[in-house]
Design a protein around this ligand. Structure first.
Ligand code: G6P
Length: 369
């Protein structure tokens, strides 16, 4: 096992650090920037299904569901296809309206999650076209779907999902861009710009990982917290949810993710000097509005940890701590803002002496209801 950990103390840390390579493996052979082409056989072979779709329904559980939420923003923004994202466990039991013109995308790292598998069978029985985004080759979900795309993240051992999440987002981004091009909802120059930026993500993730020591220092300050709030907006709202989930899963600290603007409808009542609030406040995407949320937190003495774009001054002046990530296009920011949140939960859990790779009560894959 020590050999498998490749010199890292835990699988989770190894997998966090594998992300630059995992993301590259995900788009290798698919993103052909010189030719300005995205090649994905599962999409190409079924282009008509996607182009004629009334809507896309995404089903998943846990972290994969968060990747689905990011995908909702990307598909709607770039490809102008209406998207609904559902917990597989809710979808399968609520007698959903599904037609032959619906496309269902099932996202699953393991490809074995019982609820997701059941949702697929239901959608198929109603005549929908079902596409799988899985990591494990030959898994039940990969076999049960009509077509799909693998994430190629390599084996993920840590129960708390990390590289599976960022590679799922990468696959879904490639799909959204390919469909946007086919539908003509993105200009040729914008499309090329996205391809270029996507290709630069691995080196930017590498850059984001360099904040590790600084994040460990922050983790040490807040490790005794009993509650944490994670806020984000737009593309980074699902990242806030995922950040909170990571902290809960491995450190057992209660954490909640919220859309930043919803703070005033509830969570703001919880803010006092004992409440760390992690705010994703990158330059693109409602920056000024998030800055005013930060001011509201500050005036209630909440402790602010800002996830900001490199060189940011405004949030830096207000926050207790900032963690910088490189700049990129807005739809790609989740691939970067996720990284410091993974490291923060990792370090807190290690400092609290928790079992990082196998947290209590959790399983890597939930194959029963
Ligand atoms: C479990 C795992 C999570 C994972 C979820 C969905 O809860 O602990 O890390 O996100 O299942 O798993 P899947 O394999 O379908 O992505």
């Amino acid at each position: 096992e020590e050999i498998e950990k490749g010199g890292y103390e835990h699988f989770m840390l190894k997998e966090i650090h594998e992300q630059p390579k995992a993301i590259q493996d995900t788009y290798r052979g698919r993103l052909l920037r010189d030719q300005a082409i995205i090649k994905m056989a599962g999409v190409e072979d079924n282009m008509k299904k996607f182009l004629n779709a009334n809507r896309i329904i995404i089903v998943a559980c846990g972290t994969s569901w968060h990747a689905g939420l990011v995908a909702e923003y990307i598909f709607e923004d770039l490809a102008r296809i209406p998207v609904e994202v559902e917990y597989a466990s809710e979808f399968r039991y609520r007698n959903p309206v599904i037609t032959e013109n619906d496309v269902l995308i099932a996202i699953s790292q393991s490809g074995e999650t019982a609820d997701t598998l059941a949702a697929i069978k239901l959608a198929k029985s109603k005549g929908a076209f079902v596409f799988g985004v899985c990591n494990v080759v030959g898994s039940s979900i990969a076999r049960e779907t009509h077509a799909g795309a693998y994430t190629h993240a390599g084996p993920e051992i840590g129960v708390a999902s990390t590289k599976a999440f960022t590679t799922q987002i990468t696959v879904l981004t490639l799909m959204a861009l390919r469909l946007a091009r086919a539908k003509g909802t993105i200009s040729s120059s914008d499309y090329r710009h996205h391809l270029l930026e996507l290709e630069m993500i691995p080196s930017k993730v590498e850059e984001a990982l360099k904040s590790d020591a600084h994040i460990k220092y922050i983790a040490d300050i807040y490790k005794e917290a009993t509650n944490c709030l994670y806020l984000g907006r737009g593309y980074n709202f699902p990242v806030a949810l995922e950040g909170a989930l990571k902290l809960k899963e491995i450190s057992y600290i209660h954490a909640e993710g919220y859309p930043a603007a919803e703070m005033k409808h509830g969570p703001i009542a919880l803010i006092d000097e004992n409440m760390p609030v992690i705010v994703i406040a990158t330059k693109k995407g409602h920056y000024e509005k998030v800055v005013s949320n930060i001011q509201e937190i500050k005036s209630r003495k909440g402790k602010i940890i800002g996830i900001v774009t490199e060189g940011d001054e405004q949030v830096k002046a207000l926050a207790d701590h900032v963690i910088e990530v490189p700049e990129t296009l807005e739809p790609l920011t989740p691939l970067l803002t996720t990284i410091p949140l993974q490291l923060l939960s990792y370090h807190i859990a290690v400092l609290l002496d928790k079992n990082v790779d196998q947290p209590r009560n959790l399983a890597k894959s939930v194959t029963v209801e």
